[in-house]
Design a protein around this ligand. Structure first.
Ligand SMILES: [Zn+2]
Length: 74
């Protein structure tokens, strides 16, 4: 039964991971990504190349920006 629980935990973790990824790189415009607790991986601003946590990134299309200035300027 311990093994079954372990496998369920992995499956749940994978589903959450996929959900979070969907929020980080959405197909359409989202100004404020919902707070994703996980993720030490940083994304790069398309304009000034600043590294930022994906939950703070502003998205336009499939481009990521560090701030509203960068997003509107590009
Ligand atoms: Zn920037």
């Amino acid at each position: 039964m311990l093994l079954l629980r372990f496998l369920l935990a992995i499956a749940a973790g994978y589903l959450i991971y996929r959900l979070v990824r969907r929020f980080i790189a959405p197909a359409n415009d989202t100004l404020n990504a919902p707070p994703a607790g996980s993720g030490s991986k940083l994304v790069r601003c398309e304009r000034c190349a600043t590294l930022i946590p994906p939950e703070n990134a502003l998205v336009r299309g499939d481009h990521l920006f560090c701030s509203e200035q960068c997003r509107t300027a590009s």
